[in-house]
Design a protein around this ligand. Structure first.
Ligand SMILES: [Zn+2]
Length: 219
């Protein structure tokens, strides 16, 4: 078997942790990184340099867990900074990377590396974020986790942006000053959703009127 220099072929694994803001994605990424470090697997952590909340070189979760990470501008820079001995690569805020993150991750996995990615699956409008759709398709394992709706306390899959009048841009890096986790019912930035909500409400009130009329009829 010319070309194969090892007795066995180890294939890499692509893992994605996604969900809205405040769902604990970074915490989960850090948890997995810590475990691989305990197992003494050489681990490298990257994050896009666009995201400089809290700390310039650390990946920090909302609950203040942190781990050292290398900020990179372009996806390709990950390959440039990779050590030969690296067995695990973690990428936080993966939704902010350019489209080349897909071939970069594929290449890492082909080298036998375990790739752990964390990122927002949807933007505040509910549209898919950057490279996430393709990444979720090619992943071997996907965990979509939920936050808690700030309005009703139910499980939340959406990110709601406050102060919409300030900017409509998809990328506006911020924290709880700008964003909240919301359940679908309390996330209503779409006009059509408001229409749908109004429709549901009008059906509800219609049912109430009918109920009342029915009761009146019984009296
Ligand atoms: Zn809610």
């Amino acid at each position: 078997m010319v070309g194969y220099n090892t007795g066995h072929l180890s294939s890499g694994v692509i893992e994605v942790v996604c969900g809205p803001m405040f769902s604990g994605k970074t915490e989960e990424l850090i948890r997995r990184v810590r475990r691989s470090q305990i197992a003494r697997q050489k681990t490298q952590i990257f994050k896009p340099s666009i995201d400089d909340r809290y700390h310039k070189t650390n990946v920090v979760s909302h609950s203040s867990l942190s781990i050292e990470a290398m900020p990179v501008k372009r996806s390709m820079d990950i390959l440039g900074h990779l050590y030969d001995s690296t067995r695990v690569v973690a990428i936080d805020e993966v939704q902010f990377f350019d489209e080349f993150i897909i071939p970069v991750i594929r290449k890492l996995a082909r080298r036998g590396i375990r790739v752990i990615c964390a990122g927002l699956d949807q933007d505040f409008k509910g549209h898919s974020f950057g490279p996430m759709p393709e990444l979720l398709c090619m992943a071997d394992r996907v965990d979509k986790i939920q936050a808690i709706c700030t309005v009703c306390g139910a499980a939340a899959s959406k990110t709601y942006r406050k102060n919409l009048e300030e900017s409509e841009a998809q990328i506006l890096v911020g924290e709880s000053d700008l964003y909240e986790a919301r359940c679908s019912a309390h996330w209503d930035s779409h006009e059509q959703d408001q229409d749908l909500l109004a429709f549901t409400l009008s059906l509800e009130s219609k049912a109430k009127v009918e109920e009342a009329t029915h009761k009146e009829g019984q009296l």
